[in-house]
Structures are given as C-alpha cells and as structure tokens.
Design a protein around this ligand. Sequence first.
Ligand code: GLA
Length: 727
Amino acid sequence: MNILFDKATSTFRLDTKSSSYLFQIVKGGYLCHLYWGGHIEDTSMVGISRLYAEAYDPADGDMHERPYPMRFIPQEFACDGITDFRISAVRIEAPDGTTATDFRYQKHEIIAGKMPIDGLPATYAEPDEAMTLKIWMRDTETDMEAILWYTVFEAYDAITRHVTLTNHGEHPTTVKRLYSACTDFAGSDFDILYLYGAWATEANVGRIPVPKSVFTVQSNRGISSHEHNPFLALCAKGADENKGDVYGFSFVYSGSFCAQVEADTQSLTRVIMGFNPDNFSWRLEPGEEISSPEVVMVHSSEGLTNMSQTYHSLYRNQLCRGKWKYQRRPVLINSWEPFLFDFNKEKLLRLARESADVGVELFVLDDGWFGERNSATTSLGDWYVNQEKIGGTLSELANEIRAMGLKFGLWFEPEMISKNSNLYRAHPDWCLHSGGRPRSELRNQLVLDFSRPEVVDYIIDAVSKVLESAPIDYVKWDMNRSLSEVGSTSLPRERQGEVYHRYIIGLYRAMETLTSRFPDILFEGCSGGGGRFDPGILYYMPQFWGSDNTDAMDRLNIHYGETLVYPLSSLSAHVSAVPNLQVNRTTPLSSRFHAALTGSFGYELDICKLTDQEKEQIREQIATYKQYQDLLMNGDYYRLISPFEGNGSAWIVVSKDKREALAGYFKVLSKRWHRRSLRLKGLDDTLRYRQQGTDYRYYGSTLMNAGIPLPKLWGDFLSCLFHLKAE
Ligand code: GLA
C-alpha cells in the first residue's frame, strides 16, 4: 500500500497489494489518467501520457492553457462543456444558468487511514490499513471546490473513490450531475460484465463487448433495483474466472444510480459511476457542501474469481459492521411461505414447536402481525401489534417461542404506508407525491416521504417501541416497491430534484439509529427479494434476502450472479415447499438443501405438513449445515460451473488454510449424457484430501487437474456434495 507523488513529473502513483494506478497533473491543472493494472515500477510515465490531437474539435483558442481539446485527455474528473464531449463526471449550473464547468488542480494531501463520509455508508479502515489521497480542484467561475478522495487498502487490490463539492461563492449553484468515479482506459477491446434481472429473477450475468457507443447500467427507481445491480466490470478480451485483467466497479449506495461505459472513436474507454443524473440535482447555498457515495474499484489480473474474492473479503471485513459481522447466523424458519397472512397463535406455536424439534434456531414472524393486516391491502405504517390475531402481546408470543429454545424475529416494512391505514388518514401528505397527480400503488401501498426528517423520526420511534416491547433477536427490513411521483411537500420548487437522495439519507439515518440502538439484533435487508441488494445496505445489515424466488434451480443462477460481488455470509437462502410458490417446480428436498447452503441458511415451509421421513431429513440437514457453517461463512468461494452456460452448476468453498473444502454439483435436467468428473479449485496441490464418508483419497493436484469423479445423477434437478479434508 502506498501513495506517491513524483514532483518532477507531477505524477501520482497509487499502489495496492498487486496493482498500480497512475495519473498526472497536466498543463492547465487537469488530471490525466495514465495507467491502471498489474503492479509497475515506474513512477513517471510521461511518454505514455503523450497525446495526439488530430481530430476536428474545438480547443481553448488563444489561451493555450489546455494541452489539447479535452476530448483527447484520459481524465480522472471530466468536466462538462469544455471540449470533452464524452460523458462528464460533473455538471454545475452557475448562478447565471450556464453549465460549462472547469475544475483545475489546486493542491493535494496524503493521509493515513480513511475518513467516513458524513451520513453515507462506506468502507472503513484503521490508519495502518489504508492511505488516502485528497486532491483539491477549483472551478474559478463559480468558486466551487471539488475534493477528489482516493483510498488505497493495504490488504486488497481495491481503491475507493468519491467526491465532495463545496460552494465557496456568494451565490447558490445547482449540481446537475455528480459521478463518484471516472476512469479512462486505453483502448476499447474489453467486455462489460453486469448483473441484470427483474423481481424473482435477479442477478443474471450479462456480458457484451464494449460497443462504439454508450452502454448504461442504471436504476431510476429510487432503489438500487432488481433490474440492475450497482456493479459492472470491464474485462480484457478472453478474461474469464481464472485469467485476464478485470476491473470491477461497485457502488456503495441504495438509491438510483448510473454506470456508463463510453468508447470513443479515439480508442479510449470511459467508465463512470455515481448518482443517476435523471434523479438527482442538488442546490448548494454559499458555504454548503455535498459528498457523493463511494465507488469501490477492484483490479484483478487473474480473472473474475480473484476480483470476487477481493470484494468478498473487503465487504465482509471493511464494510459490514456490528456484532453479527463474523458471528454464526442462526438457522431460521420464516412464516411467510408457510402461512402468508393466514395465521393465528396456535398455528405459529405449532410451527415453532415442530421447527425447534428438528433443530431450527430462530423463528421469524413475517408480514401480517400488526394493525389490521390480513392481506396486502392495509396497515403499513400502523406499527402496533394485532393482539387479537397473535393471541396476546408480542412479548407473550416471543417468550413462549423462546421457551422452546428458539430465538424470535419480526418483519417490518418501515418505509411504506398503506392508503388504508391510520397513519395515512392522519398524514395523507407523508407519502411521496407530485401535486394532485394520481399516486401509483404497488401492493396497495405508497412510499413514505423519507426526505422529511419528522417522518423518519416517527418511524424510528414506532419501530423502536415494538422492539422494546418484546425480546426480539432478529429483524427483516423489507421494502417492496419502486418510487414514483417523487415529490415532497416539505421542499421548495428548486429543491425537488433532491428528494431521491434525501430519501436515501433519511433511510440511512433510520438504519444507523435502529441498528445502533439495538446492537444485539441481527438485521436482514430485503426488497421484494433482491431489489435493494447493494453494498450500502450491507454497511448496516450483514445479510440480505436475495430473491423472492425460492426455487432451488433458479436460486443457482441468482446466487451465482450475486457472488460476483457479495460474500456468502451476506446472502440468505431458504429451503421452501414444493411445488415452488413462484415457479411451480418440484425439486427434491436434498437439492433444495444443497442450493441453500451457499447462504445464511433457513427454511420457509410448513414443517408440520411434512412426513416423518422428511422431518428426519430436515433434522439431518440442519446438523450437516452446522458442521459446514464456519467453512461456508469464512472460506474462499470459487464458481466452478456457470448455470448460465449449460445444464448445471457447481461451486467450492475452501478454508483459508486449504485443509478443508466443500463442493456442490447440480444437474438441472436429466440427459443421457453425464459429466464424469468435476475439476475443483483453490486446493493445495501437495496435500492429500480424503473425501469424507468414503475411503477415497486424492492429491489437490489430482482434484484440480483430473477432477473428482461424479456419481451418475439419474433424474431432473439432482445434486451432490463433496466434503474434503486434508490428512
Ligand atoms: C416481500 C418479501 C417476502 C415477504 C413479503 C411479505 O415480498 O420479499 O419475503 O416478506 O414481502 O409481504
């Protein structure tokens, strides 16, 4: 880890564990990007920065302040309207209404450690774990200052970036666009890897060549979204899981975002990531400032597995917080799929009793316990217990369940309001809305205006009262719709463009307050499944419900995609009933178990309806899971077969000391053709492993080169596990 400044050439060099990132201050005070990739020795790369201006583009006339038309400069902070013509990182509306923006270098500072970003989630580091470079830039016309923040981590090939803008002028300005990171790559011979989907089919892996145009991954829904995860990677041609240069960009934010890749005709490729300009503008009064959320940039010269493992450990160690960060998560049973809204105390206790009997550790009461909530038509916002339905107080129910040896958890959807609720009747203006336009509903619900501090305070208070009223060990924080008709009656006309981001600031304040007020509670994020599965949420809550689709075969795809960025400790996964509620498929109980292993594990079915034999199977599954739990949570994860490329999927998790591993293999449809062996990864060549439960012993080199023999899986939707221990 190091940050160097070479005075002779005005070049910055940022070294991570095994990569280097270089840029230079060039004529005029612009920051010209030189290099990002595997570690290099040179501190100055002046030759490489030589640029050729040949095209038909305006430059700065007689002033000769800029080296070339800005279009020819690979840039770190591209400004708007001053001859760049590609996507700019920043656009500011000056007091006179013009938007040309021209930030130039002023000074810099290199400091140990990493500063928090006020009110926003971000990775953190001790002074000996990271170094930070602060670069001050100034736009003299508006007297705006931009601080570009770069942090380099000691133990990871990761650089984080964000920007702080301050208005030092005498008049208000409006920030119209602010991207947190802008990086120009030489050439355009890359592929873009990204995660796309929809409700109940999240995290599909897309890969396309960089087009001679602009490619966009984005959300304009006010949530990071099921449609696109706030992540993309640029991959050198031919880069795959095992080899090649890969550059990841992951956004630590839970609202609308935009990431774009623009290949221009001069053979440069720009990647930018930050607020979605469609859903963002921010007025800065004199003296005011705004910081953008952080982008985490990871380089790997050994392909995608290495990139993912960097994200996994960085997010687990330097982003997740709190008591549950490394702690074993309890095996849970969730009442949603067993009962939906249709339950009473007797049903709940029966399910709890049967669950405790087979070894479940946490009982989660999902939707339906509050207000008059017996369907999705009512009561969001009315966070008081429906004692008639649950047969007494929440505390009585929780204590009865805890007396069975279980922990007790509860579902909330704090950001929502039903039209049919006491809260809406009392405060019809507390939801997001645009004047008198119809308020669009999903599941009969509207979105509370979290840009208003008094609304957030009310919800913090209401949720706290419930959490104080009973012994609660776990909370599922759900959020079931995108934002529409976004407007707030509390803000003046010129600040309406701020509502999307103010909403997220309010959300983060609520999450920060509640998670620190109740530090022992395990919080799990959810948004109709994976609609807000992003690093921003992981800062507050160490795990997330990845999808409402609990079908084992579909989950193979969803987990495969999610593991590109997120550690197994952050994915929760449940075994549910068949035929599956979302896709009507029937899969064997064993495959459902194997598919759910790559996550924080639990059940979402009515155990009371199972046969004795199935209950026994579940008892064994839970015992088996507990045996593997530490390995799965703490080991290194490798994708072995992509479910997007064929008729199956496989993974392996290897302990840090390489002495233990668990591999899962899944065959989707039955064919006459059978795969005979599975090549493993991550083992030690020279160690001899015993396949547990058998007398077979193989060297790591054999398992990784020849592969482990596979049994014949005869039928649809089958799977098997291999547990290996070094002798
Ligand atoms: C969402 C969640 C589900 C469940 C329901 C309850 O769809 O993703 O897991 O909690 O809400 O209404």
